[in-house]
Design a protein around this ligand. Structure first.
Ligand code: MV4
Length: 450
């Protein structure tokens, strides 16, 4: 196992990784910007190194400074958390050249999945069901029209370097292709420096369901079930749950085994997430994320497996600590992302937290990097904590979540807590009948009523 791990991140995820390291007796180093000198990830680590000024480009994304911090502290591995350098293939390459272990998959796997066209081709080869569409890049309007006629309208044109909702254009019929194709290409070119696009059938009312996978890097691999992340606003997840309200044991086993086989076929190492759109009982692959995700705790709650501990095991060469047979799913878990934002407009609201009281009790978990008196800096994303609740079934989980939300106090700034207090009592949320467009419609109606 590693002697010392450097955590190249901040906030709740830096604490999450710190905790897993401490339990394994691994020394911890964090890095921080000048804006984060008072942050919890600095206080709780064995050592912390200031790596630059507030802008992420100059600190949390500054590879040279992070390498220097590794060098002076003698860390033998780096955990990137999520965001920042977590899916940067070049960073993984550089670490390898410096004999520092990147706690994540190989640079090649990161690179493949970062290119959505390559990712989809790879998924097809591995037997994962995909959205019907072009086999690769489309380079002309005629390509798009030919495939549109084949698969039927509406269609969606996506940037190969996109993902997370950027660089996508829908065409409802052939006459809309010209505009969609050229807009998608030029937006992709200016946003990503890569104008390659591909086309697929547009699904109108899907759910976003993702499968957690883990590879040992030696041809072994498992799945840890699915998460339903359909509740989103502008491609930001708000509420995630495991298991999905619409997936039964048989469907879980089927899609899970397809994903586990794929991970084995790839020789994939570490944590990954295979993302699907799910509509009318069918799964359609869209992307694979090659990192630990924000919403990983809901999977931990229903499997009782520490995913960061597994990442450390795999990266150190010790392999996975569990076999597929040992992974079972118990009860239901929901995560609410508490953001420092106005709950109606989602405008970020940095500032000082004057009062902070977190809920507790049976099956209630709060992952947060803030504390009472902490001043949230304006430079980074607005996630200040995650409330994760488990129950024996979804109904019990919702009861407990309502109670936990009532206990949660964050004063001095605006947060998304009031939104969750509304959502937990909403009928569609209680029945689980929502898709990727539900939240935007709900917010529109709520704002119209005000
Ligand atoms: C789609 C789609 C409908 N049909 N692809 C948005 C983010 C990117 N990861 C993929 N996205 C979508 N791809 C086809 N063929 C609808 C979306 C989409 C979406 C997907 C997941 C979660 C929220 C979303 C919100 C709007 C659109």
């Amino acid at each position: 196992m590693f002697k010392k791990v450097l955590i190249a991140n901040r906030g709740e995820i830096a604490l999450r990784v710190l905790r897993a390291c401490k339990e394994l007796g691994i020394g911890t180093v964090t890095v921080h910007s000048t804006a984060d000198a008072d942050a919890m990830h600095v206080r709780l680590a064995d050592q912390s190194v200031c790596i630059g000024p507030p802008p992420s480009q100059d600190s949390y994304l500054n590879i040279h400074e992070i390498l220097a911090a590794c060098e002076i502290t003698g860390a033998d591995a780096i955990h990137p958390g999520y965001g920042f350098l977590s899916e940067n293939a070049k960073f993984a390459d550089i670490l390898e050249a410096h004999n520092i272990t990147f706690i994540g998959p190989s640079a090649d796997h990161i690179r493949i999945m970062g290119d959505k066209i390559e990712a989809k081709k790879t998924a097809i080869k591995l037997g994962i069901p995909v959205v019907p569409g072009s086999e690769g890049e489309i380079t002309s309007e005629d390509d798009a029209k030919r495939i549109g006629a084949e698969i039927g309208y509406p269609v969606i044109i996506k940037a190969a370097s996109g993902g997370g909702g950027r660089g996508m254009k829908v065409a409802n019929n052939e006459s809309e292709i010209t505009n969609a194709f050229h807009t998608a290409r030029s937006e992709a070119g200016s946003a990503f420096g890569d104008s390659s696009v591909y086309i697929e059938k547009y699904l109108g009312k899907p759910r976003h369901i993702e499968v957690q996978v883990f590879g040992d890097g030696k041809g072994g691999g498992v799945h840890l079930g699915e998460r339903d992340c359909s509740l989103q606003r502008r491609h930001q997840k708000i509420w995630e749950e495991a298991t999905s309200p619409v997936i039964d044991d048989a469907a879980r086993k089927k899609i899970g085994n397809i994903c586990a086989k794929a991970v084995q076929g790839l020789g994939y190492s570490g944590a990954g997430t295979v993302e699907f759109l799910y509509e009318d009982g069918e799964f359609y692959f869209i992307e694979m994320n090659t990192r630990l995700q924000v919403e990983h705790p809901v999977t931990e709650m229903i499997t009782r497996i520490d995913l960061v501990n597994e990442q450390l095991h795999v990266a150190s060469g010790a392999g996975l600590s569990v076999t597929q047979d040992e992974i079972t799913f118990t009860g239901h878990a929901i995560e609410c992302r508490i953001n420092a934002e106005n709950p109606d407009t989602f405008v970020p609201c940095p500032g000082t937290i004057s009062h902070f009281h977190v809920p507790g009790g049976l099956a209630v978990r709060v992952d947060s990097g803030v504390y009472q008196g902490y001043k949230i800096p304006p430079y980074y994303d607005s996630l200040i904590g995650k409330l994760i609740v488990h129950g024996r079934d979804r109904a019990e989980c919702l009861m407990r979540l309502r109670r936990a939300l009532d206990e949660f106090v964050v004063d001095g700034i605006e947060t998304t807590l009031p939104l969750f207090r509304d959502l937990v009592s909403n009928e569609d949320m209680q029945t689980g009948e929502y898709n990727i467009h539900w939240l935007e419609k709900y917010l529109e109606e709520k704002n119209r009523a005000r």
